[in-house]
Design a protein around this ligand. Structure first.
Ligand SMILES: NC(=O)c1ccc[n+]([C@@H]2O[C@H](COP(=O)([O-])OP(=O)(O)OC[C@H]3O[C@@H](n4cnc5c(N)ncnc54)[C@H](O)[C@@H]3O)[C@@H](O)[C@H]2O)c1
Ligand SMILES: [Zn+2]
Length: 367
């Protein structure tokens, strides 16, 4: 070897805390942000209205910090440059320094937005995630992907910025809308499919996939912790999505095309459910593990109705995805139970057949 080599052993391990109630949140926050003098809670109007931000603020204050809450409008539209810029200007005007900790209290929108603020304000301040939607609990809050949408598309700007920790209080699910609960459940099932997880088996009933009652904190804690573990293991092995992190895109290639082709008229969870059914069809036609019944149960759970879109209309959107990924269409398939791989040689004929089945199966009307 020529010259010298200095190793920079960077590592950012952290814990996801899963539990229920104020005492649990207080214990987790004391461990994660106990030293912070100043804290900023970023949340949205719905989550603030449901009392979740005020509760976190009060708990944090009792730990001795000076805390203020900044509220943005609810919904994907807040993941934009204007809202982001407004938050940065506010933080700067009020003189927040590097000792400030940001807490994202809300769904994936708040997590991505507040995380990107934390990643970039003063070149990065620490942040914690306190997800309140099921999707944010099982998926978005862990893994360090933060960012915003641009006019040209979703999540086109962002940074990898890992939180100092994630605190999941499952009691927040009590106020979440029914559709949002089902949206999150789709990603939970996706995580189960990636590992053939035994923790998932009790949800499979004769009537399809059945979620625990919202008031059953211990059932939800167990499910969410198991779902997060799948994500945590994948992210730890591939933090910057250079290889296996792509497995988390199970069902998402078709989903992103469906969402774009419908101008986001189709919700993400519904689109992913249809994407899962599509991936199951592709795999079954090749003789891989046949998980079509699970996939159809997810479609019913998500109450997803296939949009009336011809494949010819959808193809340009799939091709856009392909352009972004060096010229090949990639679908995550399951070779065996819990054994995903990225398949990049799916033919147009296979796509036609699988898509035709997804469009015509009597799904979405089951519940
Ligand atoms: N960073 C990642 O790795 C990652 C992964 C998946 C998704 N995402 C992002 O997450 C976003 C979607 O997240 P989402 O589905 O949570 O959407 P969201 O943040 O818009 O939340 C859904 C709705 O539920 C409300 N809400 C959230 N928690 C509530 C509660 N406990 N009580 C009452 N209302 C509540 C919100 O105000 C909103 O109206 C997308 O922007 C997506 O790009 C990020
Ligand atoms: Zn998703």
């Amino acid at each position: 070897m020529n010259g010298r080599r200095v190793h920079v052993a960077v590592a950012e391990a952290y814990d996801v805390w899963v539990g229920a109630g104020e005492a649990f949140v207080a214990e987790a926050l004391a461990a994660l942000v106990g030293e912070a003098r100043r804290g900023v809670v970023i949340t949205d109007r719905n989550v603030a209205g449901a009392g979740h931000a005020a509760r976190v603020e009060a708990i944090w204050r009792r730990l001795g910090a000076e805390v203020e809450t900044l509220v943005v409008a609810a919904g994907e539209a807040s993941k934009d440059l204007a809202t982001y810029g407004g938050l940065l200007e506010t933080l700067a005007e009020r003189g927040y320094d590097r000792g400030t900790v940001i807490a994202a209290v809300g769904g994936g929108v708040v997590g991505d937005l507040a995380g990107f603020v934390a990643a970039t304000f003063l070149r990065g301040v620490p942040f914690v995630q306190l997800p309140t939607s099921l999707l944010a609990m099982v998926d978005a809050s862990t893994g360090g992907k933060t960012g915003l949408d641009l006019r040209a598309g979703k999540n086109l700007v962002g940074a990898f910025h890992q939180p100092r920790g994630v605190v999941i209080d499952v009691t927040a699910l009590a106020t979440l809308g029914e559709i949002d609960l089902r949206e999150g459940a789709v990603e939970l099932v996706k995580h189960a499919l990636l590992t053939d997880a035994a923790w998932f088996a009790p949800l499979r009933t004769a009537a399809g996939l059945t979620l625990p009652d919202r008031s059953d904190g211990s059932a939800w804690s167990a499910l969410i912790a198991a779902g997060v573990r799948v994500k945590a293991e994948v992210v730890a092995a591939d933090p910057f999505e250079r290889s296996i992190r792509a497995h988390l895109n199970l069902g998402h290639t078709l989903a992103h095309a469906l969402e774009a082709a419908t101008g986001h008229g189709l919700r993400h969870g519904a689109a992913v459910a249809l994407g899962l059914a599509f991936a199951a069809e592709l795999g079954a036609a090749r003789g891989y593990y046949d998980w079509r019944s699970d996939a159809r149960a997810v479609v019913a759970l998500a109450q997803a109705k296939p949009p009336d879109l011809a494949l010819s209309t959808l193809m340009p959107y799939l091709a856009r995805d392909k352009k972004r990924r060096d010229g090949r269409l990639r679908f995550v398939l399951l070779r065996e139970p819990g054994v995903p791989f990225v398949c990049d040689d799916v033919s147009l004929q296979e796509i036609e057949q699988a898509y035709a089945r997804v469009r015509t199966l009597p799904m979405g009307e089951m519940r």
